[in-house]
Write a protein that binds this ligand. Structure first.
Ligand code: SF4
Ligand code: SF4
Length: 303
């Protein structure tokens, strides 16, 4: 029995692979991208999220916390995040009548996830879709991911994995035969810039991409999050096109930054460490980027 930690499963998605897809979001990531729009995916552990607009100010959470980590300040519950980070029970969430305290993430068996995904099999069949494992970083839970992929393969469900590539090569190699499509994220080509933006340099990411391009190029779509002011100057994009052409990879998805993830930071007791201006990525600018990449001989789309 293989278990892992998810933070969401979403049906009827139309991005992240062909056809209608079920997205399985796995918890934990080896990178810490400054602009991450899914901050709840970054930590491996189950986390406490506050939703202040649902709070009834009943203060039951203060009584329920076995660690005395929840304090009422001017009638509003305020958690001690240092204590909550090691909390095993998240007892406050069960005591909250308003749904204002939410446990983000749940441990689950691989078989149960495959069962849930398989409920959408008719949609997959009629649309040419399947399941996409995303996150977080799916390969950061390698045994769990392999069990999920194997279970989907046994049921004839097409599979895609979105990966940041900062994973042991042996895990990529073990799963490659079970994956129909890799959505391979490249944040920046310059190692120093990559380190500054994500907390890791890209040596391992590029080495793994070279292996994948040599062994299964038809399975690879490169994904590039375009973050205004951080990784979107002309030299960034020239380097990306050069790399793809040198590896024989043609398909590129651009993912423009959007600010929808920004409010999640506060609920998790964190701060967004950068402030990209999404208005700089209007349709005209995106059209220019797409045309530039297509002009280099790539097949580029906005995801
Ligand atoms: S997450 Fe745990 S430690 Fe934090 S307030 Fe809730 S019960 Fe207390
Ligand atoms: S238990 Fe929930 S609704 Fe009541 S004060 Fe705490 S967070 Fe607010």
């Amino acid at each position: 029995m293989t278990t892992g930690t998810l933070f969401d499963i979403q049906s009827y998605a139309v991005h992240d692979g062909p056809g209608i897809r079920t997205l399985v979001f796995m918890k934990g990531c080896p990178l810490a991208c400054a602009w991450c729009c899914n901050p709840e995916s970054q930590a491996f552990r189950v986390e406490l999220r506050q939703v202040p607009e649902r709070c009834l100010a009943c203060l039951r959470c203060v009584e329920a916390c076995p660690e005395q980590a929840m304090t009422a300040i001017h009638g509003v519950p305020v958690p001690d995040r240092a204590v909550c980070a090691t909390c095993a029970t998240l007892a406050c969430t069960a005591a909250c009548p308003g749904g204002a305290l939410v446990a983000v993430g749940r441990p689950v068996r691989a078989e149960a996830v495959v069962e849930e995904v398989a409920r959408d099999a008719d949609f997959f069949r009629h649309s040419g879709g399947g399941v996409t494992f995303s996150g977080g970083e799916p390969f950061a839970q390698p045994a769990f991911l392999e069990a999920l992929l194997r279970g989907c393969r046994e049921r004839g469900i097409a599979t895609a994995v979105e990966t940041c590539g900062h994973v042991p090569l042996r895990d990529l190699q073990a799963c490659e035969p079970l994956v129909d499509l890799f959505l391979y994220d490249l944040k920046a080509l310059d190692p120093a810039k990559h380190l500054a933006l994500t907390g890791q340099d890209n040596t391992l990411i590029l080495a793994n991409l070279r292996w994948l391009a040599a062994h299964a190029p038809a399975k690879v779509v490169i994904r590039h999050a375009v973050i205004p002011g951080l990784n979107d100057d002309a030299s960034d994009h020239e380097a990306l096109a050069d790399l793809m052409l040198s590896l024989g990879l043609e398909r590129l998805d651009l993912e423009p930054y959007h600010p929808l993830g920004e409010p999640k930071y506060e609920g998790l007791g964190r701060r967004l460490t950068c402030a990209p201006d999404a208005r700089l990525l209007d349709e005209a600018r995106l059209a220019v980027l797409v045309a530039t990449f297509n002009g280099r001989g790539l097949s580029c789309e906005v995801a």
